[in-house]
Design a protein around this ligand. Structure first.
Ligand SMILES: *Cc1c(COP(=O)(O)O)cnc(C)c1O
Length: 225
């Protein structure tokens, strides 16, 4: 069994190797540790190796961990589906939400972001492989959606996020990520600097296509139960 520190170093090294391999700037890709189903102790073990940004999918599971780990000053990213009855707590407890795909949710996050906190960083989730019943808006809906988001000044619109249908074919992976990168390039906004894409399965392809944040769970923590 490899230690959390070994796994962390291995993932960091891979990210740096892929940055070099695909002509990306050194440090261009930030590592987000996807810590769903991981205990506070597991999170702390990865943090001790150097990780500071963590992504959670379920509010009810995250609140206890966030409270317990508050003294460490980590940044928390919400990367799961946002239910409207959870927006108040998400707006108060998280620094980022990657999975904004409905105006109603965006409005609530804006209205409920506590006044003493900075603007909430958000990414718009795009359903890049146009899968039925999956989260994310279609690429064609992006311009109108972004126009509407301008009204919500408590949100800082940082970029796009996608979780494409899994594929073991590297070129298929790249094609999905390339579509997200193209969609971002067509948008001109001041703080729009983030492409949140790539998991343990496909982060090489994501980095090749311009990811600025990869969301890695299994490769850091080992398989989830
Ligand atoms: C779980 C999860 C990840 C990480 O997936 P791994 O395969 O464990 O690396 C990334 N993004 C989202 C939205 C997730 O839910």
């Amino acid at each position: 069994m490899s230690s959390p520190s070994d796994r962390y170093q291995a993932v960091r090294t891979e990210i740096e190797d892929f940055e070099r391999k695909y002509g990306r700037n050194r440090g261009a890709v930030r590592l987000l540790a996807a810590s769903k189903q991981q205990s506070a102790a597991n999170i702390l073990a990865i943090a001790q190796a150097g990780q500071t940004h963590f992504g959670e999918n379920y509010l009810d599971e995250a609140v206890g961990k966030i409270a317990e780990l508050a003294p460490h000053g980590f940044e928390w990213h919400f990367i799961g589906r946002v239910q409207s009855n959870k927006t108040r707590a998400i707006a108060a407890q998280f620094d980022w939400v990657h999975s904004v795909d409905r105006l109603k949710i965006a409005r609530r996050l804006h209205e409920q972001r506590p006044a003493d906190l900075d603007r909430l960083n958000i990414c718009i989730e795009v359903n890049i492989s146009a899968e039925q019943g999956k989260g994310g808006i279609d690429v064609e809906e992006l311009p109108a959606f972004i126009d509407a988001l301008q009204a919500f000044e408590r949100l800082r619109i940082r970029g796009l996020m996608a979780l494409p249908a899994p594929s073991s074919d590297f070129e298929v992976q790249r094609a999905s990520f390339r579509a997200l990168a193209r969609a971002r390039a067509a948008i001109d906004l001041p703080d729009f600097d983030t492409l949140s894409m790539g998991t343990s399965q496909d982060f090489e392809a994501a980095i090749a296509e311009g990811a600025t944040m990869v969301r890695i769970g299994t490769a850091l923590f080992g398989p989830r139960s």
